[in-house]
Design a binder for this molecule. Structure first.
Ligand SMILES: Nc1ncnc2c1ncn2[C@@H]1O[C@H](COP(=O)(O)OP(=O)(O)OP(=O)(O)O)[C@@H](O)[C@H]1O
Ligand code: SF4
Ligand SMILES: [Mg+2]
Length: 316
């Protein structure tokens, strides 16, 4: 890929702890093109938020990060905290799962919008944008505290702040609609896609909801047990998944349409963060053999797809 906005290479995140280390991300590599929505999908605990935390450098002190995260010609794993402060929230914005975690519960909405948007807030164009994305009623209640707003209003407010305050190049959205009902979720997703078009945003979109991934993303990375096991264009991923885990996820959907389904349980127990050598999916994989149980498969490029599996040809 020429000149991606984000290039993650061989990323490793390990958390230290009294009861031993946990490897949450292991040898993960992917790129996000300019203007692209790249999805990260996987079961709970597969390492998605740890990838986002590493990009934003917002991991706890116990975390050890290896590999490179190239953004704007800088390796974010290596740069100093001063450089990182200029990047975080400005060049790269984060949209969290729980909007309230990013807002103060004791300051009014108007005050907090002022902190982030400053004088820009009074520009006619910005006010028009805020109204056009449904924040007119919120601005009329600018003396209210954030907890007086609905989840959808809060998430729209955060998208507006994240997109308009510093015009970031990259937005990290870590399950931003999980707490919203279906109608509000659809509005928030629409808004994100509109912002992408209007501002030329690139988005790293994390979700365990296949329907949202299908709707939002241009390309998708599937995580399993701290590894990225498949990276493919969204159409290829749903039409011809190559990794047995991706195949199991899609086969577990009730219809061939990915439109209405979250990740369902597939047989077996999800890989823990500390695991045996070999492929992490081996205990659940119908194709597993001795090679799988002893040797980690390396990423293999097949057309526009990258897949980590010893036996891709056997099933696809
Ligand atoms: N601060 C931490 N200290 C120790 N282990 C952690 C910490 N944060 C995450 N982990 C572990 O790292 C692994 C990956 O966690 P992570 O939160 O990145 O997964 P996730 O894919 O985002 O899951 P979810 O879908 O539940 O949000 C898990 O085993 C988790 O228990
Ligand atoms: S490497 Fe082996 S165990 Fe792992 S997904 Fe492929 S076939 Fe299954
Ligand atoms: Mg997470």
């Amino acid at each position: 890929m020429t000149d991606p906005i984000l290039a993650v290479e061989d990323l490793t995140v390990r958390y230290g702890g009294a009861r031993g280390a946990t490897t949450a991300v292991n040898g993960v590599s992917f790129e996000v093109a300019r203007g692209e929505v790249f999805g990260l999908v996987g079961e709970s605990g597969s390492g998605k938020s740890s990838v986002c935390g590493a990009v934003m450098r917002l991991l706890p002190r116990s975390a050890h990060v290896g590999g490179t995260i190239c953004f704007d010609g800088k390796d974010l794993v290596q740069v100093g905290e001063r450089t990182m402060r200029a990047v975080r929230g400005r060049r790269i914005a984060l949209l969290p799962q729980q909007p309230m975690t990013s807002l103060s519960p004791t300051s009014t909405i108007g005050r907090q919008m002022g902190w982030y948007l400053g004088d820009v807030m009074h520009d006619d164009a910005v006010r028009d944008t805020l109204v056009s994305i449904g924040l007119g009623p919120v601005m009329d209640r600018s003396d209210a505290l954030p907890q007086a707003l609905s989840g959808g209003q809060l998430q729209r407010l955060l998208i507006a702040i994240a997109s308009l305050a510093h015009r970031p190049s990259l937005l990290l959205a870590d399950e931003p609609t999980t707490t919203l009902d279906a109608t509000v979720q659809a509005q928030v997703l629409r808004l994100l896609l509109d912002m992408r078009t209007e501002l030329g945003l690139s988005i790293l979109y994390v979700s365990h909801d296949l329907a949202v991934i299908a709707q939002m993303c241009d390309r998708v990375g599937v995580m399993y047990g701290a590894r990225l096991v498949e990276v493919a264009g969204v159409v290829d991923l749903f039409d011809s998944p190559k990794h047995p885990y991706t195949q199991a996820l899609i086969a577990a959907m009730p219809s061939s349409s990915p439109r209405h389904e979250r990740l369902r349980a597939i047989p077996g127990v999800a890989a823990g963060a500390n695991r045996l050598p070999g492929c992490p999916f081996a205990p659940r994989c119908p194709r597993a053999d001795e090679l799988c149980r002893t040797t980690m498969p390396e990423p293999e490029v097949i057309g526009a797809t990258t897949v980590r599996c010893h036996h891709v040809e056997a099933g696809s």
